[in-house]
Design a binder for this molecule. Structure first.
Ligand code: GLU
Length: 297
């Protein structure tokens, strides 16, 4: 089996995309381990991309801690903020030009419209909209937009810059968005019912997670996205963005989530299950990756 220290021998390109808004926990460890294994088994390249777009919640300490914790687990990557690479920079807060170009393309294609609705919707647009295990929307999922600012017909707007309003992607109501997940099998979501017009750029001038994610996956030539099953519905949104932007879809492998004793997905609020805390308690990477967590720790 090829080591990840050797040069890639195939065209497979995967990525690790932590958001530095807290310490990584056992759920992240399992997902990132899977991403690493799949890249290694394919003889491919693995990219570390720091998703630090949310200026209020991202912290440099968390970004450093994430990379240190993943290295401690035994995960390695070929390209990233610490290593550079052909698609640098690997830190989203430094990639505004890439996102602006994508925004402009959506604008010119008539795919997006300006929206002046409240701040409440905005908060959710920046972070990846995680769902709970039962498929319900978590508090941080993007609410289905009621269409208040949506024009009656698709319209091409003109604007020099995105700042000042929210820009929303007009989803094709009623269309079934289908894809085959390499881990979970066939998936199907209905645009306009399972999710609504979603934000691509916030009025305070920050691109949304959805836009940044597809723009970066395309720019970094990612061929397979490995991430948690709480982002399945985001994949449906991202398929629409890829189509509008003329990007090829990557393959997807969504990992089942680890849940706490109440059946809720682990979040960064579960501090006791952070990799840091577990390591301090003497657990080894093997314990973390193989134990029947969280009950057994
Ligand atoms: N940065 C996102 C998160 O932490 C991951 C997004 C993705 O893998 O597409 O949830």
């Amino acid at each position: 089996m090829a080591s990840l220290f050797s040069s890639p021998t195939s065209s497979y390109r995967g990525r690790l995309a932590p958001s530095p808004t807290g310490y990584l926990h056992v759920g992240h460890a399992r997902t990132f381990w899977t991403a690493w294994q799949r890249a290694r088994d394919a003889g491919g390249a693995l990219v570390m991309r720091m998703e630090d777009l949310d200026p209020d919640r991202s912290r440099v300490e968390y970004a450093q801690a994430a990379m240190e914790d993943l290295r401690w687990l035994g995960i390695r990557w070929h390209e990233g903020p610490d290593k550079g690479g052909p698609y640098a920079p690997y830190v989203q807060s430094q990639r505004r030009d890439v996102y602006l170009a994508a925004w402009r393309k959506l604008l010119e294609g008539g795919f997006i419209y300006p929206c002046r609705c409240s701040r409440k919707d905005l908060a959710a647009a920046l972070s990846a909209p995680h769902e709970s295990v039962r498929g319900e929307q978590d508090a941080d999922d993007e609410l289905t937009y009621p269409g208040t600012c949506r024009p009656a017909q698709p319209t091409v707007f003109t604007a020099h810059e995105p700042k000042g309003v929210n820009w929303r992607f007009r989803v094709p109501d009623g269309e079934a968005i289908e894809f085959n997940d390499l881990n979970l099998g066939p998936q199907r979501y209905i645009a306009g019912r399972d999710f609504g017009d979603f934000v691509v750029w916030r009025r305070d001038d920050v691109p949304s997670y959805q836009l940044a994610c597809v723009a970066d996956d395309a720019a970094m030539r990612i061929t397979e996205v490995v991430r948690g099953a709480d982002l399945l519905k985001s994949t449906a949104r991202q398929i629409l963005l890829n189509r509008a932007l003329g990007y090829a879809n990557p393959a997807w492998f969504h990992c089942r989530l680890i849940v706490d004793q109440h059946g809720r997905r682990l979040a960064k609020r579960h501090d006791a299950l952070s990799l840091r805390a577990l390591r301090r308690r003497g657990l080894t990477p093997l314990n973390i990756l193989s134990a029947d967590l969280p009950e057994n720790i």
